[in-house]
Design a binder for this molecule. Structure first.
Ligand SMILES: Cc1ncc(C[n+]2csc(CCOP(=O)(O)OP(=O)(O)O)c2C)c(N)n1
Length: 368
């Protein structure tokens, strides 16, 4: 019997296009028109403004707990910018910019993070699954959609996002394995922001990179500078194209950093240094793009101010629209999670409606 060579050699390709000083590697620069370049910038600024405003609203008690995306705009917006309308987006919970880019109304996202069930019922026309807070569960759904697309001969692909913490879940392994075996047209985009709440990447996995995990599943793995919107766009566009052509799935690791707390319930100062955060703030993805646009003659001081003012207006309008939405009815709170309500939930709903019919308050009393 011939010996099985158990030594597998591999290398992880790492892609960077846009430098911190705003200069680009021309040989790798993706094709983007001036309009697209400006749209990318405007969208990243809008996402940051929305994120800041949501944070203030949460602190004012006008919104529930939510996960900020500040510092990660290059990673998830760069990737989502490569999607076509017929593709599918399967998000986790830290992709605000991708959801807005997909066309989700801002006030609906505010509804979602305020705990209003209607916020999670995304318009079907967006080909976008709802936010998944349970870590990693949605990657399996992404593969299911991808497999269905392949089975039905539809030339479209799926882009799913998750954090590096999610790669320790069994769901990641199941999803990656199935996508590899069935050549499902799925692009797995890991926003490696280096912390899963307080757990640093080095304690999450013994692998030096997330990208190399692709090797075991027989798919392409690639690491990209996640604060470089051009690099993320480029590799995601190529991966989506391969997927649409039936050439299989890809794992992309967008290496980035969460410059704010994990969620509004966290205090990151308890587990990482100010110096570390400051160093990453200097690699800000929006600043980097702005430097490039200025050098290309596509942006100046007036332009920066105008984009910021427009973002503030749009966010203010969305907040006004959100706050004018009438409260959800008790009955409707049961409507948007399951297509067919589970028997225990149906029982709870009926009990609540019976109780309300007597004129009682919705709150349960002891013993009920
Ligand atoms: C199945 C499951 N386990 C635990 C949690 C609690 N939890 C929420 S976010 C999080 C860390 C996720 O880290 P990562 O996947 O790296 O994403 P990030 O928050 O950094 O974007 C944990 C453990 C959860 N939501 N779901």
């Amino acid at each position: 019997m011939a010996p099985i060579n158990t030594l597998v050699s591999y290398s992880v390709q790492s892609v960077k296009v846009l430098d911190e000083d705003g200069s680009v590697d021309i040989s790798l620069m993706p094709e983007l028109s001036p309009e697209q370049l400006k749209a990318l910038y405007e969208h990243m600024v809008l996402t940051r403004e929305f994120d800041e405003r949501m944070f203030k609203m949460q602190r004012q008690g006008r919104l529930g707990t939510f996960a900020r995306v500040k510092g990660q705009e290059g990673a998830h917006i760069g990737a989502a910018f490569a999607l076509r309308p017929e593709d599918w987006l399967v998000p986790a919970f830290r992709e605000t910019g991708a959801l807005l880019l997909r066309g989700l109304p801002m006030q609906q996202l505010l509804q979602y993070w305020s705990g209003d069930e209607r916020g999670g019922a995304f318009p079907r026309s967006l080909n976008t699954l709802p936010i998944a807070v349970p870590v990693g569960t949605h990657m399996i759904h992404a593969v299911g959609i991808g497999w269905a697309l392949r089975y039905s001969g539809t030339e479209a692909a799926v882009l799913t996002f998750f954090g590096e913490g999610a790669t320790s879940e069994g769901d990641f392994s199941e999803a990656m394995n199935m996508a590899g075996v069935f050549q499902a047209p799925v692009v797995f985009c890991c926003q490696n922001n280096q912390y899963a709440i307080s757990l640093p990447f080095t304690k999450q996995t013994a692998s030096p990179t997330v990208a190399q995990k692709a090797l075991a599943y027989g798919m392409t793995g690639i690491r990209v500078d996640g604060n470089d919107v051009f690099a993320v766009y480029r590799v995601t566009k190529e991966a989506l194209e391969r997927a649409r052509l039936g050439l299989g799935p890809t794992l992309i690791e967008a290496f980035t950093y969460r410059v704010t707390d994990h969620t509004t319930s966290d205090d990151a100062r308890r587990y990482r240094s100010e110096e570390e955060v400051e160093a990453w703030k200097r690699r800000d993805p929006i600043e980097r793009l702005a430097k490039y646009l200025r050098a290309a003659g596509l942006l100046d001081d007036d332009g920066v101010a105008a984009v910021q003012a427009e973002a503030e207006n749009r966010v203010a309008e969305a907040v006004t629209a959100f706050e004018a939405i009438p409260p959800i009815s008790p009955e409707e709170t049961f409507k948007h999670v399951f297509a067919d309500l589970t028997p225990p939930l149906a029982e709870e709903r009926d009990a609540l409606l019976r109780r309300l019919a007597t004129g009682a308050s919705p709150g349960a009393t002891k013993g009920e």
